[in-house]
Design a protein around this ligand. Structure first.
Ligand code: G3P
Length: 217
């Protein structure tokens, strides 16, 4: 499973990229607002840090507006993926961009039928939001299962990008049910490496090693 980081904070992106853990980045208007940075400037900077796909979301809600904004965003760098909302206008824009060879990420997906439409529109990625479904007591992971089954039935190449991930369990479950990608907040990515028994074991190994009085170097 590929790991994207869900943030517009370039320091966090650099750190995770240096660990070799990043396959790409996703942003959204809320994350851009939180960063306090200029949208196009921060996307250009992220695209220089990471070789993989970087999602940048349109703000327009109508087809003509989305197409104009998509052209601007796609011109920032070769690895920009244009993020579009799952609306009829968003799907129409998706088809237009796919036919032009521009990569797309259709976002705010909350049902299997929406995901089916995104695949038919030729989306590169579909982003089902797990956490936001869980927030309203609907099993977000079940949605990923349904989309996986539908895409496999028909051989759709659209990649399932599990989004709105809030915990290590979300990451594990998304991997088990076969999401192609998970976009994960930086803190959750780092927490995946943590285990209390790893810390305890390492403490004991360090103590025992010191007691030998030896040095590897
Ligand atoms: O980028 C989209 C998604 O990951 C947002 O997550 O936590 O705001 O629901 P969240």
């Amino acid at each position: 499973m590929k790991f994207f980081v869900d943030t517009a904070v370039t320091e966090d992106i650099k750190e995770l990229n240096d660990y070799g853990l990043l396959d790409g980045v996703t942003t959204n208007p809320s994350l851009i607002a939180k960063s306090g940075r200029d949208f196009k400037e921060v996307i250009a900077e992220i695209c220089e840090i990471v070789d993989g796909p970087v999602s940048a979301e349109v703000a327009a809600l109508d087809y003509e507006g989305m197409v104009k904004e998509a052209d601007v965003l796609a011109a920032i760098a070769d690895n920009v993926v244009v993020k579009l909302p799952l609306t009829l206008d968003g799907l129409k824009t998706c088809r237009y961009l796919t036919d032009k060879g521009v990569k797309t990420n259709v976002t705010l997906c909350f049902s299997a039928n929406q995901a089916l439409l995104a695949a038919k529109a030729g989306a590169t990625y579909i982003s089902p939001f797990l956490g936001r479904l869980d927030d309203i007591h609907i099993d977000g992971m079940e949605l990923i299962r349904e989309i996986r089954a539908i895409y496999d039935n028909y051989g759709y190449e659209t990649q399932i990008l599990a989004a709105s991930i809030r915990s290590p369990n979300h990451v594990k479950e998304a991997a088990i049910v076969g999401a192609d990608v998970a976009t994960i907040p930086p803190g959750v990515i780092k927490s995946l490496a943590k285990h209390v028994l790893t810390d305890k074991g390492l403490e004991q190994f360090s103590k025992d090693w010191a007691a030998t009085g030896q040095s590897i170097l």
